[in-house]
Design a protein around this ligand. Sequence first.
Ligand SMILES: Nc1ncnc2c1ncn2[C@@H]1O[C@H](COP(=O)(O)OP(=O)(O)OP(=O)(O)O)[C@@H](O)[C@H]1O
Ligand SMILES: [Mg+2]
Length: 284
Amino acid sequence: MENIINADNISFEYYNYDENGEKKEAITALNHISVSIKKGEFLVILGHNGSGKSTFAKHLNAILTPKEGTLFINGIDATDSKNIWDIRKQVGMVFQNPDNQIVATIVEEDVAFGPENIGISPEQIRKRVDDSLYTVDMTDYKRRSPNQLSGGQKQRIAIAGVIAMQPRCIVFDESTAMLDPIGRKQVMQTMHKLNKEHGITIVHITHYMQEATLADRIIVMEKGEVVLEGSPREVFQEVETLKNIGLDVPDATYLIYLLNQEGFSFKSGLLTIEEVVNEIWQSK
Ligand SMILES: Nc1ncnc2c1ncn2[C@@H]1O[C@H](COP(=O)(O)OP(=O)(O)OP(=O)(O)O)[C@@H](O)[C@H]1O
Ligand SMILES: [Mg+2]
């Protein structure tokens, strides 16, 4: 399958400045990483705080550009500044706090904001807004004020605003982190629906291991590098590597790991309670 993202050997540094505005020190946030993402893939990025996840995410819609290496987004060269707006049409971003992403006082006006700014015709805007609200299951709220909505509902309005721009890929940078369990579940369902039914490539950054078990592929970042990569089953087998960099594994995976440490020999890399029950049952 074709790739939507091709990052080859990219690096990025932030600079700290002293009181005179002189560069004081460089912080390497991405250290020569290569990541490709297939069209239609659901990719999860895991990593400890400060490992470079958001910095990488911001490269995908040209908020940041690599200092070294090559980066192509749907075939468009992201290192060329004249391509910024083309790239932003390809890749949308949903951030952690929905309150920072909502600009209007009426839900449907908020969703219309993006398309209005790129000169879409009024009839087309109407259609995009209705379709987007329908997709995130928020049609009934279109005349409401975002202030009256729950965190999960607001986040789905933010997602509607992004899909109204018809991107091919959406990056969710910890978009479930501030939500209650119900809101998280609804946002996760929306993400999977966009992926399965609309073919949108999803890049989901999260600290919730359970959310990662549903990915097609996981990459694990540490100190600006990719340290593990594979299917959820492959990645979560590496319990010790993950623990060493301060990450957890799903509870079910950890349970089997601990039992095997005590001398059992269950299959490793199980991801869910159901799989664990099944494995224990079979060994009876
Ligand atoms: N604007 C900035 N100026 C200076 N340093 C920065 C800036 N943003 C990030 N950094 C540094 O770059 C490194 C990578 O940060 P980044 O935000 O990409 O990590 P992250 O994996 O998204 O972390 P988190 O899980 O906390 O969101 C860290 O060392 C961080 O302190
Ligand atoms: Mg981050």
